[in-house]
Design a protein around this ligand. Structure first.
Ligand code: RNT
Ligand code: ZN
Length: 412
């Protein structure tokens, strides 16, 4: 408290109101991916993870059932400050009686999750699962030249739209439904265009079903390559942006899905210039799209700064997306999601109006000096004050270890 009081004064000297920032920070929803808890396994098919993504590590205590996953999510959420949504994949369907295939999924297969969300007063987001399934043929789904395969996945997309509407209606919060397909080729294709044209056709067919656009935000995620799909990805950045613009849906950028020298922070403003809403998957690529836990690093801060500086907090749908099985999975959730919020708070404490003025006056000398100066302001004291007001502490490792001993270690 004493340290916060001092920090408040220091920031005030830069024209920054820490109270306003603290007030704002908790109200920004972050959609937390459910799949960190079980290494993207899901409950519906028993298939190994496919689609060019991979979870590595065998840290003990992975959630094996919906109940265990829910228990772990509760533990993680209890240590993460601020408003959260839960982001589900279709593969997390919970069947009470007969299992249903992906092209036959219905709202009732997600009733347990709706129940979970309602009891906690949170919103749900959704993702059709176009991987880890026998109908993925030759690494293709919506772009498949096999009409049986393509139609199966179109139907899956449609089923998921219905489930997303159900989520929105039941929880009272809009539901983001994100489409990502792994479709691509390991080696040089002879025809790059036809798969993309089939992708357009499939997306058109999915989206031809009427749905309430004010309640369901359909987003489309691009990618540059996947494991075993190194040479060609149908849903590239250019494809995704163009389709989203044309169809009036929301483009999604995952910051692991670009060449290593490309920065999503630099792309956000371009997309904001043309789209009412945009969406992000916040992750950390290490050399490639390795889906490491998000840290409080330069790029995470820079992305969040772009959202705050451009006054776009209600236009950018922020979600996390990473999967690390080499560390405690609850800790991975808490660390990554906290860091996104921490970066948002850092951004809210930037004297951005003053900095914009310096840019317009072409005073890049002062801009650089100020930019470096504010890096060492007592940010930690403001963050800890916010946590304290949420009943939390900066250090959470003891709680994680305790849960590991009492709950995770018993899962054998
Ligand atoms: C894969 C995409 C996608 C997945 C999830 C599980 O590269 O990032 O978002 O991580 O759908
Ligand atoms: Zn992603």
């Amino acid at each position: 408290m004493e340290r916060y009081k001092s920090a408040e004064k220091i920031y005030a000297a830069y024209g920054v109101n820490t109270e306003k920032a603290i007030e704002k920070i908790g109200s920004i929803p972050i959609s937390v991916h459910c799949w960190q808890g079980d290494d993207v396994t899901g409950f519906d098919s028993g298939e190994a993870l496919s689609g060019g993504i991979q979870t590595t590590g065998n840290y003990p205590g992975k959630a094996r059932t919906p109940e265990e996953l829910m228990e772990d999510i509760d533990k993680a959420f209890s240590l993460i400050p601020g408003i959260k949504k839960l982001n589900l994949h279709a593969s997390y369907a919970v069947f009470d009686g007969e299992p249903a295939d992906r092209d036959a999924l219905r709202p009732e297969h997600f009733a347990k999750w709706v129940d979970f969300a309602k009891k906690r007063g949170i919103g749900l987001d959704f993702n059709p699962t176009f991987f880890s399934h026998p109908m993925v043929k030759d690494n293709l789904t919506l772009t498949s030249p096999d009409e049986n395969v393509r139609k199966f996945w179109v139907e899956h997309g449609r089923r998921c739209l219905e489930i997303s509407e159900y989520f929105a209606a039941e929880t009272g919060f809009p539901c983001q439904m994100n489409i990502w397909i792994p479709d691509g080729y390991k080696d040089l294709p002879a025809d790059r265009l036809s798969p993309r044209l089939r992708y357009i056709k499939s997306l058109d067919e999915i989206l031809s079903v009427p749905y309430d656009k004010s309640k369901v935000y359909v987003t489309l995620e691009s990618k540059v390559f996947g494991i075993g799909l190194e040479s060609y990805t149908a849903g590239s950045a250019e494809f995704t942006l163009s389709y989203a613009m044309k169809a009036g849906i929301v483009p999604l950028m995952d910051n692991g899905h670009y060449h290593p020298t490309e920065l999503v922070s630099d792309k956000i403003s371009s997309l904001l210039a043309f789209n009412d809403k945009i969406a992000l998957h916040v992750t950390r690529g290490v050399r490639w799209d390795s889906d490491h836990v998000t840290l409080f690093d330069d790029e995470t801060r820079e992305m969040m700064k772009e959202i705050v500086r451009n006054d776009a907090l209600d236009r950018v749908l922020i979600a996390t997306d990473y999967f690390d099985a080499s560390v405690n999975r609850i800790s991975a959730w808490v660390t990554g999601v906290r860091n996104v919020r921490k970066a948002l708070l850092f951004a809210l404490l930037e004297p951005s109006e003053q900095m914009k003025k310096l840019q317009d006056a072409s005073d890049f000398t002062a801009l650089m000096a100020l930019g470096e100066e504010i890096k060492t302001l007592p940010f930690g004291d403001v963050w800890e004050e916010y946590l304290e007001r949420c009943g939390l502490k900066n250090s959470y490792i003891d709680e994680i270890k305790d849960y590991e001993e009492k709950v995770l270690s018993k899962r054998r």
